[in-house]
Design a protein around this ligand. Structure first.
Ligand code: NAD
Length: 439
């Protein structure tokens, strides 16, 4: 599966490079990662030593590394492989190009089922992993900055920051240890708005796309939305979508979900799912006021909008024909397999691609990283930080979808194809400067 994700990603990049008539070096550069670091370490789990390997992939940095770092998430999930992380690192390079952020693309992770370890064991894994990454000289605000992804959160990010700071007391190598990770708790050098930044940016783009295209004007004023995934991206998207005038008719997690064609009471669903603080529930099971629905049925629901906020390749050649939404939004990286895109396009289904739709996380991460490195902003005393973050996020994410939409009109192509083309054109221009190629 993960090899297929990478192979399809490379094929899509190759198609664009050929279409651009780009020199051979560009595809060679984009199809391979700059480096893949793997570090093995041991942690006692349930009294017995277990061996873990953290993998960190650096794809391409079109900017001077050492001034502009690689940036990308850290995933704890059993399906993590080198190939999968490489495909996601490619996505990150493209996202940063679309959002005009001076970062290279990276991704990392450990093949780990979070539910298989205790809370304190997770803390130990996080600390050991941070030590290994430090030893590899890649955890550094000017070289590589990590952020949350599937299976990691503010607590894991804080754990890394805490460990790096502790060890840095001796070496004093890193000037601003808080800037080695983003997505930290607000109480510990995080930034307000990072938690729901991906969801917020995604919805801003969805609404802007509906305005720009005018195609969906005829739909009723509260378009229906089905959301797959109820973690950071999915749960915040459900909450914000309900607040921004959408009717959320279905949500799900890995074990299935809830469906109510008249609309779910998202606040009640959220409270049920989370349960009391001392006894988190993390299941939809037992919630009244909605029917149970499986993930494959959710993907095929009659809905205006389908938002993918779980894992990669949820829509493939096999099930693309069953999708009945008008718009599919990729909150999840590679949520739609590239070879399913043609089927969706033939059925007149618009896809807002992940490299545009989910840039909100890295946009606010950029602000957090800048703040941690001591970059001051002029408005500091004039508008509160929360408002400033929101304004920055919505103006960048709106620009991303405007640019991608304009490119798709110019090229008479789909949004995913236009987004990839635009990203690669920008990366190409920057790489020419960096490597002094003549064309
Ligand atoms: P998360 O771990 O917080 O949540 C993942 C959700 O997906 C959970 O509800 C889980 O139960 C569900 N899930 C897992 N496997 C599933 C399956 N096979 N079918 C249906 N549901 C399944 O992760 P997240 O941070 O919300 O990330 C979700 C996606 O968004 C990922 O692709 C991630 O790379 C992408 N993304 C996240 C961020 C971010 O800021 N967290 C930013 C950009 C992109």
């Amino acid at each position: 599966m993960s090899q297929d994700v990478l192979a399809q990603k490379i094929a899509a990049i190759q198609k664009v490079c050929e279409e651009m008539n780009a020199p051979a070096w560009l595809f060679e550069e984009l199809r391979k990662p700059k480096s893949i670091v793997k570090r093995k370490f041991r942690v006692d789990i349930n009294g017995a030593p277990r061996v873990f390997t953290v993998i960190r992939v650096h794809h391409v940095n079109p900017f001077p590394t050492g001034a502009c770092p690689y940036k990308g998430g850290l995933r704890f999930h059993p399906a993590v492989t080198e190939e999968l992380l490489t495909a996601f690192a490619m996505d990150m390079t493209e996202k940063c190009a679309l959002a005009d952020l001076q970062f290279g693309g990276a991704k990392g992770g450990i093949a780990l089922d979070r539910d298989s370890v205790s809370h304190s064991e997770l803390g130990l894994i996080t600390e050991k992993m941070a030590e290994e990454l430090l030893k590899a000289n890649i955890l550094d605000p000017d070289i590589d900055v990590l952020g949350p992804d599937v299976g990691t959160d503010a607590e894991v990010m804080f754990g890394i920051y805490n460990r790096v700071s502790d060890l840095n007391q001796i070496s004093r190598r890193i000037a601003n240890t808080a800037a080695v990770v983003t997505g930290k708790p607000v109480e510990h050098q995080g930034i307000p708005g990072r938690e729901d930044a991906t969801a917020s940016g995604l919805l801003t783009q969805l609404t802007k796309y509906r305005d720009l295209s005018g195609r969906f004007k005829e739909r009723h004023p509260k378009p229906t939305v089905a959301i797959q995934g109820f973690g950071n991206v999915g749960a915040h998207t459900a909450r914000l979508a309900a607040m921004r005038g959408y009717t959320v008719i279905a949500v799900s997690d890995v074990n299935g979900g809830l469906y109510n064609p008249a609309g779910l009471d998202i606040r009640a669903v959220d409270e049920w799912y989370n349960g009391p603080p001392d006894q988190p529930r993390h299941t939809f099971h037992g919630f009244s006021g909605a029917d149970a629905i499986g993930n494959s049925d959710l993907l095929a629901l009659e809905t205006d909008i389908l938002i993918l906020a779980a894992m990669e390749h949820q829509i493939t050649k096999e099930n693309a024909g069953a999708v009945r939404a008008w718009i599919v939004v990729e909150g999840a990286n590679e949520g739609v397999a590239p070879d399913a895109l043609d089927i969706l396009a033939e059925n007149d289904i618009t896809v807002i691609p992940g490299i545009a739709a989910n840039v909100g996380g890295v946009v606010v991460s950029f602000l957090e990283w800048s703040k941690n490195r001591g970059v001051r902003r002029h408005e500091v005393d004039r508008i509160p930080e929360t408002l400033w973050v929101q304004q920055y996020l919505s103006s960048i994410t709106e620009k991303v979808i405007r640019d991608v939409y304009r490119k798709s009109v110019e090229m008479s192509s789909t949004l995913p194809h236009a987004a990839l083309r635009l990203a690669i054109e920008r990366i190409y221009t920057r790489l020419k400067w960096k490597h002094r190629y003549s064309h």
